[in-house]
Ligand binder design. Structure first.
Ligand SMILES: Cc1ncc(COP(=O)(O)O)c(C=O)c1O
Length: 364
């Protein structure tokens, strides 16, 4: 019997017991045959998760490292950042911080990215790359990645650099079928491994372009990752215990099957939406753009979202507060990774009890 999950942050997410236990194994040398075996075993399965025939590498470092590496490695000069929340804004901040010429087109927080706006921007100017976030964890918005990627491909030769940090493993991400060039995701969300590793792909055309970009840095050079990966290892000393956990979690993910996993996440979202509607909790994300891994909700009128978060903590449950400007008005339920419907039901019962106690009379 697996333990009940009471941890619903929109990342890091709950890590199963066997993956946690695996991390207590002794470390081995990272240039040893034992590590190479482990790395190759992981590398052989990851393409099924990212849906690519290409290489999937594992970097030690959080997702932000690989966001920066993708810009440094793949953008010669001009980059278009598509923004609709805090993490897509991070792509823009990174692009400027590393000295690229960065334009952005933005959708309001809570809205999805609009492929038509992307098309118009690409007709006005040529870019080396376009960046976006598939699932904005800050707002609970999932953008139509396939449609945006199609717009970029049809209008330009710009590379598509995608943050799938809080969607990979919980929603379809079709790296090859959608023509994505760099797909990156930290392991601490729907993959359900502790933070510290980032999975990434690099398409052949992205590798060819990167080869033309001078000064790709050292820890940020995606070609270096790819070359070392092809030798069966990592560029520097990796976070070995996290690889043990990833090894175990990949078995769990692939035993469930990607499609079944996506369906389970869809079901968790639907159940949350049904519950929210019955309780007068409104989604902060537009109806056509809701994430299946994180629900960003406004409590009923008169209820402080931070009070819900605090009361839940006293009951042993963890959910996320609102992010940035949305902190005073929203709370976020991460229904991702290994969360099952029974776990979610138990959480919703706890929130019901809290709402009963604190809700304004009007919503009782
Ligand atoms: C969508 C998204 N992108 C990027 C990040 C940044 O990840 P990290 O803190 O692992 O660098 C996060 C973190 O929550 C995220 O949710």
């Amino acid at each position: 019997m697996s333990e009940p999950i009471k941890f619903f942050l929109p990342g890091p997410s709950y890590v199963p017991e066997d993956a946690r236990q695996a991390m207590t194994k002794p470390v081995v040398g990272h240039r040893s045959a034992a590590f190479k075996d482990l790395y190759l075993r992981i590398a052989a399965r990851l393409p099924q998760v990212l849906r690519t025939a290409g290489d999937v590498m594992v970097a030690t470092g959080s997702s932000t490292l690989i966001m920066e590496s993708a810009v440094v490695s793949c953008v010669r000069q001009d980059v278009l950042n598509l923004t609709n929340g805090a993490f897509s804004e991070r792509w823009h901040a990174i692009s400027k911080a590393v000295g690229k010429s960065a334009d952005k087109i933005s959708a309001p927080w809570g809205q999805a990215l609009d492929p038509d706006l992307v098309r118009s921007a690409l007709r006005r100017k040529r870019y080396d790359a376009v960046t976006l976030v598939h699932n904005e964890t800050s707002t609970g918005v999932m953008s139509p990645l396939a449609d945006v990627a199609r717009a970029v491909r049809e209008e330009s030769d710009a590379l598509i650099l995608v943050d799938t940090v809080s969607s990979l493993g919980g929603a379809p991400v079709e790296t090859d079928a959608w023509g994505l060039d760099v797909v990156l995701a930290g392991t601490q969300k729907a993959i359900a491994v502790p933070p510290g590793l980032t999975l990434l792909t690099l398409s052949e055309r992205a590798a060819e372009r990167a080869a033309q970009v001078p000064h790709r840095g050292y820890y940020t050079d995606l070609l270096r990752y790819r070359d070392k990966h092809r030798e069966g290892g990592t560029i520097t000393t990796p976070a070995i215990p996290l690889f043990y956990a990833l090894d175990i979690q990949l078995d769990c993910i692939l035993a469930e099957g990607m499609e079944a996993r996506w369906r389970r996440h869809e079901g968790l979202y639907r159940r949350t939406a049904e519950w929210a509607a019955a309780r007068g909790c409104e989604y902060a994300s537009a109806a056509n753009a809701r994430s299946v891994t994180v629900s960003c909700l406004k409590p009923p009128a008169g209820v402080d979202p931070q009070a819900i978060v605090k009361e839940l903590a006293q009951r042993g449950y963890t959910i996320g507060g609102g992010y940035g400007d949305w902190k005073p008005t929203t709370f976020r339920i991460g229904h991702m990774g290994e969360v099952r419907e029974g776990d979610l039901e138990a959480l919703l019962v706890e929130i019901d009890q809290i709402l009963e106690r604190v809700a304004a009379p009007a919503v009782r």
